[in-house]
Design a protein around this ligand. Sequence first.
Ligand code: CDP
Ligand code: CDP
Length: 217
Amino acid sequence: MSFVIAVDGPAASGKGTVASGLARELGLPHLDSGLLYRAVGRALQVAGGDPDDAAAATETARRLDPHDLEDPALRTREAGEAASRVAVHAGVRAALLDFQHAFAAQEPGAVIDGRDIGTVIAPDAPAKLFVTASPEVRAHRRWLQLKDQGVSLDEILADIALRDERDSARSTAPLVQAKDAVLLDTSEMTIEQAADAARRIVEAARARWETSLKGEA
Ligand code: CDP
Ligand code: CDP
């Protein structure tokens, strides 16, 4: 069985930073699953399609090469907005399942961050974190990343509120903390403090997982 670390949370909570830090320290592959949805949204936009059109978005997701997620345009504000619109369609989510399941099944393990990793993609993951921060802190962090694109803090705050609402309200795989996920609120934490806290949570989860494997043997 592989040691999967599921890291979920809302936009700009710091989940990607936590996930990539854990992956680096543990020598595990890391998948930022948000890039899959961003790639679908972006491909649809480039083709002049409508992200709210379920059939077109599903077709785009089926044709996506999930190994090709390097385009810097995937990190823009527009791609984030398009991602959250295509992500509501059940067909889009279904088309992206196989790749994520295969990623999670790698030995000796994997770190995946997103919205539904601990609930839908890897419900049996031995380690689950739900990373969050206040909307104001998240907006400020995202604004620091995007301000060169000429966007104001208020616009980012509004984007984040809309995205939180869309991600939490959708019927398929909504953003929700898994019952067995440990909450990590990074509002008052530096990157180093969040990384330390995440490391402790994962060490405890790993010890429990190893004990349970011994019990099964
Ligand atoms: O980095 P940030 O949290 O802003 O966004 P992201 O993780 O790149 O995700 C962009 C959008 O993709 C989210 O707002 C979700 O609508 C969607 N998403 C999802 O539905 N499920 C995931 N596992 C990951 C992202
Ligand atoms: O993946 P997600 O959208 O949740 O957030 P991220 O990309 O990990 O973090 C968003 C920004 O906040 C990055 O520029 C991080 O360096 C920064 N950050 C921070 O300032 N303090 C933290 N505790 C975590 C992240």
